[in-house]
Ligand binder design. Structure first.
Ligand code: GLY
Length: 579
């Protein structure tokens, strides 16, 4: 038994989540977890969950109230999101979990999807030998071997304290009895009316008699409930063996995909060493490869540490310029070096060293934009999805868990496994398109991140935990494809350099630059037109964007020690639940 393993506490399976029972019986909310109202900030001393859907945050808070720890609550929340947030919550995708224990030590779990055994670097070409974006991003070949259930099972086995069945039970109940559809979810599904028609099992699951659900309707997902019940009863094997594996492999065969029951049987999540860094006395713990997130985050923080960022003023032209220049260099290195560490030699130590940051800083000019040269990597980065979800958990004992997981695109591949009721990812799109392929559409062909049997595709997900002097400071993360890394970077800078309140640190407008295309994308309202003109005068091309990231975070109030749950106001359904 490892140093952090705990003996199981009795945690009887809940036949229905208490919150559902309470809602059904109109019982006053006194016994239920306290929820934030309309995504507002919530304070609690005894534990906190912040996620993208109220029922999911509630499921996590119920696990805490029943005596579970933060890992237990993260598992309960993750399974509940697989029911209530189908665009990104999942059992058919993958992701990462970062854990900080109360003694200050930390670990991470990698449950990123893998390429199937038949995969090869040229697999995304059509019958004419041409690269096909459709095959790469929206076909059965775009599906990676899912990792979420293995990741939750492994993290729970090693560090959970409650009974597994009781953690999956709320999700089973939400799928079986149904849950109330929010306005945002109703609108999101309605937008897919035409797109889902080509995917009969998906259309049947998310439309009623061919018509969109309305806000306030109840969404029942019976097949998903049955799959979750198998996971509740058999753990890892409830997904990777038996009925679920058989149904998934059958859908692959039907649709021309390559994932077999053998691929599923061989899938394992991995516990890895986190990427660790420091920023002005704060400790940063984040995700290691196959995510590029932690490495790029620490690299950029190291570069910024040598500048007086606080004196620049938040979102000033000078602040924006220095952010962009740090981003430009970190994203170039991401394209050059980052990939699955089981397949490529990733120089994490050098990229995250203070000495390397000194070198980089020497190349940044105070008031002139740098240059991004595609020739540096003989290619340009491809696109990646913006629909992912992040949630944060802290328990009463101070254990903190940061989880970001995904189906890649919103609703992944759009393929629901018939009879099993869950959506499959299209994560193979995060592999490079084809060896050496360079295109003006933004494809990249560098070696390390090519599809190979059993390789994990590169990610940008950046679940992160911030601490200082041995005390937890914040649990941070976001969806948003490559913007994720920059969203997390700016929240850390907002806290450390600009001393913003938790709510302001999350709400503050953000920018994004990813080396190529060489454009700084500013969230609407990031700065005044005058300041934007000053930034442009330094040589930066500027574009405006409507939204960057949905960072559901938890902070610790340094004065009172209270947990402050901050659902990102950019998402109407984001909810903090404490008790
Ligand atoms: N699919 C988004 C990411 O992994 O970065």
């Amino acid at each position: 038994m490892g140093p952090h393993m705990k003996l199981r506490q009795p945690f009887p399976p809940m036949p229905l989540p208490a919150a559902l029972l309470l809602a059904a019986c109109n019982v006053p909310a006194a016994a239920a977890p306290e929820l934030s109202v309309f995504g507002g900030v919530l304070e609690s001393r005894d534990g906190m969950v912040v996620s993208a859907y109220p029922d999911a945050s509630r499921a996590g808070a119920e696990a805490l109230r029943a005596g579970g720890n933060a890992v237990d609550a993260a598992v309960a929340t993750g399974f509940a999101l697989a029911v209530t947030h189908p665009a990104a919550g999942n059992i058919g995708g993958g992701g990462f979990m970062v854990i900080r224990f109360p003694d200050g030590s930390s670990t991470v779990f990698d449950f990123r999807e893998k390429a199937p055994l038949k995969a090869h670097p040229e697999m995304f070409v059509d019958e004419n030998g041409e690269y096909s974006s459709r095959i790469h991003h929206r076909s059965h070949l775009a599906v990676g071997v899912p990792g979420t259930v293995a990741g939750f099972a492994l993290a729970h086995e090693k560090y959970g304290s409650a009974e597994w069945a009781g953690l999956v039970a709320p999700a089973v109940a939400l799928a079986r009895a149904g849950f109330e559809i929010s306005e945002r979810l109703a609108a999101s599904l309605a937008r897919r009316l035409d797109a889902f028609r080509d995917y009969p099992a998906t259309f049947a699951q998310f439309f009623r008699d061919g018509e969109p659900y309305r806000a306030g309707d109840t969404l029942v997902q019976a097949d998903l409930a049955a799959t979750l019940a198998r996971i509740r009863d058999r753990g890892h094997d409830g997904f990777y063996a038996g009925e679920t594996a058989r149904l998934l492999a059958a859908e692959m065969e039907r649709g021309g995909g390559w994932i077999t029951e053998e691929d599923l049987a061989r899938y394992r999540a991995v516990e890895r060493e986190p990427v660790r860094g420091t920023y002005r006395g704060y400790d940063v713990v984040s995700m290691a490869p196959p995510s590029s997130g932690g490495t790029a985050l620490v690299q950029m923080l190291n570069v910024l540490e040598g500048f007086d960022v606080a004196a620049m003023g938040a979102n000033s032209p000078s602040h924006a310029h220095h952010l962009v220049e740090a981003m430009r260099r970190a994203f170039r290195d991401r394209a050059l070096f980052l990939a699955d560490p089981d397949f490529a030699d990733v120089p994490v130590e050098r990229l995250t060293s203070k000495a390397y940051a000194d070198e980089i800083r020497g190349t940044i000019r105070a008031e002139a934009a740098g240059v991004s040269r595609p020739a540096d990597v003989a290619g340009r980065p491809g696109r990646d999805g913006t629909e992912t979800t992040h949630y944060s958990v802290v328990d009463a004992g101070g254990m903190a868990v940061s989880v970001t997981y995904t189906l890649e695109g919103g609703y992944g591949s759009y393929v629901t496994v018939p009879g099993a009721g869950f959506l499959l990812n299209n994560e193979m799109g995060d592999f490079n398109a084809r060896p050496g392929l360079t295109s003006e559409r933004g494809l990249i062909g560098t070696e390390p991140n090519l599809a190979r049997p059993g390789q994990r595709m590169l990610s940008s997900m950046t679940p992160t935990i911030l601490a200082r002097d041995g005390e937890l400071v914040a649990v941070v993360g976001s969806p948003g494809g490559r913007t994720i890394i920059n969203t997390v970077l700016q929240i850390v800078v907002n806290v450390v350099d600009f001393r913003m309140s938790p709510a302001d640190a999350v709400a503050s407008k953000r920018l994004h630059h990813q080396w190529l295309p060489d454009v700084a994308r500013l969230e609407d309202g990031y700065m005044s037109e005058t300041d934007a003109a000053a930034l442009a005068a330094m040589g930066h091309e500027i574009a405006w964007s409507t939204r960057q990231g949905i960072a559901h975070c938890i902070f610790v109030d340094a004065g009172t020690g209270a947990l402050v749950g901050v659902p990102d106001p950019r998402d109407g359904d984001g909810t903090a639940a404490g008790h």
